[in-house]
Design a protein around this ligand. Structure first.
Ligand code: GAR
Length: 196
């Protein structure tokens, strides 16, 4: 008989509405591989807090000190112990000590085709505004590993979508969000399979 492995612990870091977090939570709800064990959030007003409570997942509401203190959030993550950290619209830079502690185990999604339209300050609607302003014909999503350089870790997946002449930043955001919801949970699952 095949022995069941213990469930892997996914910790999601999020700052906003939490639509990606919710897709990931529901994707793994009945999984025998992994579950979302904690949401880390830096914004007490964020929609992701209600998402977490709807799904019965604890939230660690952090301030900058708790994030950057090597004996702060890091200790909680080690205690779980977190197997994978998933950034889903987390707007603070992950400090170097956490990147080193979870080397190769932190994923991020960016709503554009990196290396274009990335870097500090490039998030959410700002990205789509820049894409429309530049007259791009294509945009999309990038899922990548997180390293010490913001938005520069190795890419795991990109998916594209056309920018039509009548697209606005808003309409583009919806197209890109659809790709995110479709692909992020699948990339996470594949990543866990490839890194048992
Ligand atoms: C997503 O579109 C994600 O790609 C983006 O924030 C949004 C979060 O939405 N992340 C970045 O821009 C990171 N630079 P959500 O809270 O509904 O999941």
């Amino acid at each position: 008989m095949k022995e069941d492995r213990p469930l892997k612990h996914i910790v999601i870091f999020a700052s906003g509405a939490g639509t990606n977090a919710e897709k990931i939570i529901t994707h793994f709800r009945d999984s025998r591989m992994a579950k979302v064990s904690l949401i880390v959030c830096n914004n007490p007003e964020a929609g992701v807090i209600a998402v977490a409570s709807r799904h019965g997942i604890p939230v660690d509401l952090i301030d900058r000190n708790r994030l950057i203190d090597p004996s702060g959030l890091a200790n909680t993550l080690l205690r779980i112990p977190a197997d994978l950290i998933v950034l889903a619209g987390f707007l603070w830079k992950v400090p170097d000590h956490l990147v080193r502690l979870f080397q190769g185990k932190i994923l991020n999604i960016h709503p554009a085709l990196l290396p274009k339209y990335g870097g500090i300050g490039m998030f959410g609607s700002r990205v789509h505004e820049a894409v429309v302003r530049a007259g791009e014909k294509l945009t999309g999503i990038t899922v990548h590993l997180v390293n010490e350089q913001y938005d520069e870790g190795p890419s795991l997946l990109q998916r594209t979508v056309a920018v039509d002449p009548d697209d606005s930043p808003k309409s583009l955001a919806l197209k890109v969000q659809k790709l995110e919801h479709e692909w992020y949970p699948r990339v996470i699952e594949q990543f866990l399979k490839n890194n048992p």
